[in-house]
Design a protein around this ligand. Structure first.
Ligand SMILES: Cc1cc2nc3c(=O)[nH]c(=O)nc-3n(C[C@H](O)[C@H](O)[C@H](O)COP(=O)(O)OP(=O)(O)OC[C@H]3O[C@@H](n4cnc5c(N)ncnc54)[C@H](O)[C@@H]3O)c2cc1C
Length: 751
């Protein structure tokens, strides 16, 4: 046996997605990090040991342009490429490799932290060290750092350090939350074990173990959904323990979950109700996935009203978008729906003050243990949101370590720097503009080989949409719209009505205020371009949400290719999941207006008037993701083999050491690591594939770098030799499938 001491700037305890992203974020900012994880694999509930699929702000496509960027975004996009089958072991590798790529991280797997040395009075505690035992290695490891991050999910480190916390549900009056119970209690969400099945290709007998539960004696067969081919997260509802203590009763909860899983499998195999003769169990979880335990109290407690009002915070450092998703205390034995969902109208913001302890002065937290009420935790708990919170907390920790300040001091004195650092790292913040004075692109003029000026979708395939319900088309209006044409078939002579709505907030994609309406008489006939007098000049550039009113005798044409910035919606379609598993309530606007999986096939249309929504200047206007418009440069459609370029010019030569490029990885495309659905491509078609960076030197363009086979959103080019020039350009040679060259942001640094 050995005793060792590990000294780093920061110690992150817990290697779920929150801890992984916190560690990577801090390491990328130059801090040394110990990442301590008590399991043999990283990823927490998303790992192959538990197999929960990673969801986030898109909420399975409910919110538009909401997919996370930053470290979580990199993991999603890399997994999409490497792991199109959603294999849990491949996902483990994607996460492990991301950590191993960081030289500043020392990773300690199989190391369970269960001692904490902390001092100070109750209101001002300081962690001095945490100590863990590395299983299988007989190593007792003491970690000493300036800053600690509790990413354990259960919150053991903070608890032992004396951090204030809550378990269970707050009373309604505490934060005036409609979904909170009248009086506070200890109820939490329960824990779950999942299982995988497969077709063995030959008949397989199943003899249930003696402890398997006869589920026909429960309400499970009636109140939940059992299908023989389902696996993994389809069975998220095998949940129990919400009325127990999900940590101290963990073993008892596991036994109950096992009894039910083996009972469900007995029901599938031996009841005669399923076509399951060849089916066999491939994997059964042994480590209960815990949903909820301690939530630390920070300087701010995020609550239901903040989420639903999409409240903006001066210290907003991350966003989420999953519904407030709460489950009945009895879990799988409840006769109520397995979950109920309350959706905001768009993504919501998470303040930095919810990511550090109110009374332990060197502890931040990320993941499911942040400072949120039980109701707000109902949405922040999903893993891509935990991950972006992790990136924000890790960035905060890195700045604290570098400046020698506490998280509270960082909030009070360096909040803008924190947010701008996150933006520069491509973290998931919405509505914040680049204000980095070191970015030379801010003073440059921009131009391009070509720019898309006319918004239209004219090519179509076989698919039509019969207007049995209202449908809608969303596109950017900048500076104005003079009229709109739609391509349609009409069975009879009829009148087609359209309404133009604004979307209110720029991060929302719903009809908010009616701005114009129009109608057109249509004769029977196929493939007619019908014009609507729909004019609108918004005060500032923003999206138009054009509703085409239901008309049974009309069919709209689906376009054969997508166009960045253009979306369509269908009104009132049934949600995918049955209401006995998920109750969403149809009156919620984002449930009313759904995208289906048609996001890449908008309706054929032509917008009158030129648009400047894709102007070259958008690549340096400070926004990194769609916000009231696409916020990126886009070229005209380009034949394969033809180049397009985006150029930056300065009055005088500048010294160029580093270029940061952000390409369009379509943050509207919903990616789930273990595949809720598959995308038809493994790389986002809009991502630039081959490109050169050129500078004007000695009277000609000289290539500084040439990249081929790019499949990443963010590329940082640190030049081996700094260049001096008054002009640089990015020459796009090829994309990963799109006919347009698209660049979201260019930053240029000279020091
Ligand atoms: C069954 C189930 C279904 C869910 N459904 C979804 C879903 O569909 N999509 C989604 O995104 N989210 C879902 N969630 C929620 C989500 O999984 C959790 O909220 C999320 O995993 C929390 O992330 P985290 O990093 O905070 O914690 P975790 O994922 O719990 O990771 C914490 C890690 O820290 C380690 N650790 C704990 N204590 C110590 C210690 N003392 N020392 C060292 N390491 C320690 C743990 O072993 C673990 O690996 C679900 C959860 C469950 C259980």
């Amino acid at each position: 046996m050995r005793n060792e001491t590990v000294r780093t700037d920061i110690t992150v305890i817990g290697g779920g997605l929150a801890g992984v992203c916190a560690a990577i974020a801090a390491a990328r900012l130059g801090q040394t990090v110990a990442l301590v994880q008590n399991r043999p694999v990283l990823g927490g509930n998303s790992s192959s040991e538990v197999r929960v699929w990673v969801c986030g702000a898109t909420a399975h496509g409910t919110h538009r342009y909401a997919r996370e960027t930053g470290i979580m975004g990199e993991l999603f996009v890399e997994n999409q490429y490497r792991n199109p089958d959603g294999n849990p072991y491949m996902w483990d590798l994607v996460v492990l490799e991301a950590v191993k790529a960081e030289a500043n991280i020392r990773l300690f797997l199989n190391t369970d932290v269960h001692e904490v040395e902390a001092d100070g009075d109750e209101l001002n505690r300081t962690i001095r060290s945490v100590t863990g035992w590395m299983m299988g290695s007989e190593r007792r490891l003491r970690f000493e750092s300036q800053v600690y991050l509790d990413c354990t999910g259960d919150g053991l480190v903070g608890f032992m350090a004396g951090a204030k916390y809550r378990i269970g549900r707050e009373a309604r009056h505490e934060y005036n939350e409609e979904w909170a119970p009248e009086t506070a209690d200890d109820i939490t969400l329960g824990s779950t074990l999942l299982f995988y099945t497969k077709d063995a290709g030959h008949p397989v007998r199943y003899v249930p173990p003696s402890f398997a539960k006869d589920i026909t004696q429960t309400t499970i067969p009636v109140k939940r959904v059992i299908r023989s081919g389902d696996s993994g997260c389809h069975y998220w509802w095998i949940e129990w323990g919400g009325e127990l203590d999900t940590v101290h009763d963990n073993e008892r909860i596991r036994d109950e979950l096992w009894a039910v899983i083996y009972g469900i499998w007995d029901y599938i195999k031996n009841s005669g109700k399923f076509d399951s003769a060849n089916m066999t169990l491939e994997w059964v979880g042994a480590l209960p996935g815990k949903r909820e335990y301690r939530r630390f109290v920070g300087d701010y407690v995020l609550n239901q009203n903040d989420v639903l009002a999409q409240r903006e915070f001066e210290d907003g450092v991350a966003f989420g978008g999953w519904s407030i998703d709460l489950h009945p205390p009895q879990g799988m034995y409840s006769t109520e729906s397995g979950s109920k969902h309350l959706h905001a109208d768009g993504v919501y913001h998470v303040p930095f003050r919810s990511l550090y302890s109110v009374n332990v002065n060197n502890m931040l937290m990320a993941g499911r243990d942040i400072s949120a009420s039980h109701v707000a935790f109902g949405t922040t708990r999903v893993m891509a949101t935990c991950a972006v919170i992790g990136e924000a907390a890790g960035t905060g920790a890195a700045l604290c370590a570098a400046k020698g300040v506490t998280p509270r001091e960082l909030y009070a004195s360096h909040c803008d720097e924190l947010r701008q650092t996150l933006l520069r790292q491509d973290a998931s913040i919405i509505g914040l503009r680049n204000a980095d004075s070191l970015d030379l692109a801010q003073q440059a003029r921009t131009s391009a080989s070509s720019t898309l000026m006319r918004l239209s979708e004219e090519s179509y395939g076989e698919e039509r949409y019969r207007l049995t319900r209202d449908a809608a088309l969303l596109f950017p209006v900048e500076p104005r719209l003079d009229g709109l044409e739609l391509l349609l078939d009409a069975d009879t002579a009829t009148t087609v009505e359209v309404e133009l709505w604004d979307t209110g907030r720029k991060e929302n994609y719903l009809p908010h205020t009616l701005r114009a309406s129009s109608q057109a008489s249509v004769l029977p006939g196929r493939s007619q371009w019908v014009r609507f007098e729909l004019a609108w000049t918004p005060d500032t550039a923003q999206n138009a949400f054009v509703i085409v009113k239901a008309n049974d005798s009309v069919q709209l044409y689906h376009a054969s290719e997508p166009l960045t910035g253009v979306l369509i919606f269908f009104n009132g379609l049934e949600p995918n999941a049955p209401s006995k598993l998920e109750y969403h309530g149809h009156s919620q606007p984002v449930i009313q207006w759904r995208m289906q999986r048609k996001t890449r096939q908008p309706f054929c249309f032509r917008a009158d008037g030129d648009t400047s929504a894709y102007a070259p200047d958008k690549a340096r206007n400070g926004y990194r993701r769609p916000y009231g418009g696409p916020q990126q440069w886009m070229s005209e459609p380009t034949p394969a083999g033809q180049e397009q370029w985006l150029q930056l010019d300065w009055e005088q030569a500048v010294r160029i050491e580093e270029l940061q490029l952000i390409f369009n990885d379509d943050v509207n495309e919903d990616l789930i690591n273990l595949h809720h659905h598959r995308t038809p491509f493994v790389t986002m078609p809009e991502l630039v594939r081959d490109y050169r960076i050129e500078a004007w030197i000695d009277g000609q363009w000289q290539s500084l770098e040439r990249i081929t086979d790019n499949r990443k959103r963010k590329r940082v080019h640190r030049l081996s030799e700094p260049a001096s020039s008054d002009r640089v350009r990015i020459v796009v040679e090829a994309t990963n499938g799109s006919r347009h060259a698209e660049i979201v942001e260019v930053r240029v640094y000279g020091e």
